[in-house]
Design a protein around this ligand. Structure first.
Ligand code: PSV
Ligand code: MN
Ligand code: MN
Length: 388
């Protein structure tokens, strides 16, 4: 099978953003298993991300999480990234790891805590100014555990007020990406639990606010591709936090639990024109590699997204539209399944070879000696969330 020049062009400009925190030690609340060679500093996390880009060719940016990646000089950190052939991407705020946030951050009943949380969000925009980042990703752990604990409506008012203050601070090219999650750590109400809530806040905020879909943040059985299609159609899909899940917010490697779901999501992205750079969709990973090695885990994840994208691009749009308008249920389904069942790995290996990359990124990394080097050089690597 040959790959059309259109498909090849789209695949060769695809970009997937890596999370700095994927490279640090991580675990569950039961145990964090330390791994030899993990980064000790944000600079080393960026170096590991650059290694993933070196082998895949499609991971040119790395997201930071503040304060996990706090440094004195963010412009210098951005320069460090550039020297390694990557750039700093989305800035993730963190208003969930401080004792003050026991009852919430921007929705906390105490105005002093709300002010502290808002100050952090504004500080993150300062970081964006220094790094040249476009997107501020906001996820709030805010919510309640018990009926009656706080007023649901008042918390929405407080949330809206904080979001508007952040929006007012953005530069013209900057955006808020508002992330939702069904539950956890709050177990009764969550203040941004679903795409509808996020979408409603974004509508009020205006054009510079978009919804981000973390694929691990829904109730089991939720049709995520419908959400993607809807948001894209409304011009409100800002990006993805890709990962996969079997149960809740498992943060496993994207495409591992349900590659077919990933394909269905990417089919809607292709259908809605979301792969075009001007669509401005941020394709990010949000994962932890608790038991598997981290850099190969990221390489595998990038390849999984790339494979699903290639399959989505192979869908015969004309045949699909013809079958759909003829009411040919089985025929339309077969068009999708034909694309999904295509083994795109040879096509992607060929594409990499044409780009001067090793056709097999996993093997190339294993042979590179980088893993041995970081184990020898880095002693005392840190937990992903250290310093928060
Ligand atoms: C919350 O579960 C989340 O998905 C948000 O994106 C956080 O920033 C991230 O995880 C932390 O890993
Ligand atoms: Mn996320
Ligand atoms: Mn999550």
């Amino acid at each position: 099978m040959t790959i059309s020049s259109d498909v090849r062009a789209v695949l060769s400009h695809q970009e997937i953003e890596l999370p700095s925190w994927a490279f640090g030690n991580s675990g569950t609340r039961f145990k964090v298993f330390g791994q030899a060679g993990v980064p000790r500093t944000p600079e080393e996390k960026i170096a590991d991300a650059a290694q993933v880009h070196r082998h895949t060719g499609i991971a040119p940016s790395v997201a930071l999480h503040i304060p996990w990646d706090r440094v004195d000089d963010y412009a210098a950190l951005a320069e460090h990234a550039r020297e390694l052939g990557v750039r700093i991407g989305t800035i993730n705020a963190n208003v969930f790891q401080d004792d003050d946030y026991r009852l919430g951050s921007v929705t906390n009943p105490d105005p002093a805590v709300r002010r502290k949380a808002l100050d952090h969000l504004l500080e993150c925009v300062d970081v964006m100014d220094a790094t040249g980042s476009r997107d501020l990703k906001l996820w709030f752990a805010d919510g309640t555990n018990y009926p009656g604990q706080d007023d649901i409506r008042a918390r929405q008012d407080r949330l809206a007020e904080a979001l508007a203050a952040v929006r007012d601070r953005l530069g013209p090219q900057q955006r808020i990406l508002l992330e939702y999650k069904l539950f956890e750590p709050a177990f009764y109400t969550t203040d941004v639990p679903d795409w509808g809530t996020a979408y409603a806040h974004c509508l009020r905020l205006g054009e510079q606010a978009q919804v981000v879909v973390d694929t691990g943040h829904h109730a089991p059985g939720t049709n995520i591709e419908f959400i993607v299609a809807f948001l894209l159609r409304e011009g409100r899909l800002g990006g993805f936090d890709f990962n996969s899940r079997f149960y809740a917010d498992d943060d496993l490697m994207v495409g591992a639990a349900d590659p077919f779901q990933l394909f269905r999501i990417l089919h809607e992205v292709v259908r809605g024109g979301g792969l075009a750079p001007e669509a401005g969709i941020a394709f990010m990973l949000d994962q932890c590699h608790n038991i598997e090695p981290k850099i190969p885990g990221q390489i595998r994840s990038v390849l999984n997204v790339q494979e699903a994208t290639a399959k989505a691009l192979l869908v015969d749009a004309h045949a699909l539209a013809a079958a759909q308008s003829a009411g040919d249920v089985l025929g339309a389904n077969a068009v999708l399944m034909d694309a999904y069942n295509t083994d795109v790995r040879p096509l992607l290996a060929e594409l990499r070879a044409d780009q001067g990359l090793d056709p097999d990124p996993m093997a190339a990394y294993a042979a590179s000696g980088y893993a041995e080097k970081i184990v020898a050089e880095r002693v005392g690597g840190r937990q992903a969330s250290w310093g928060a």
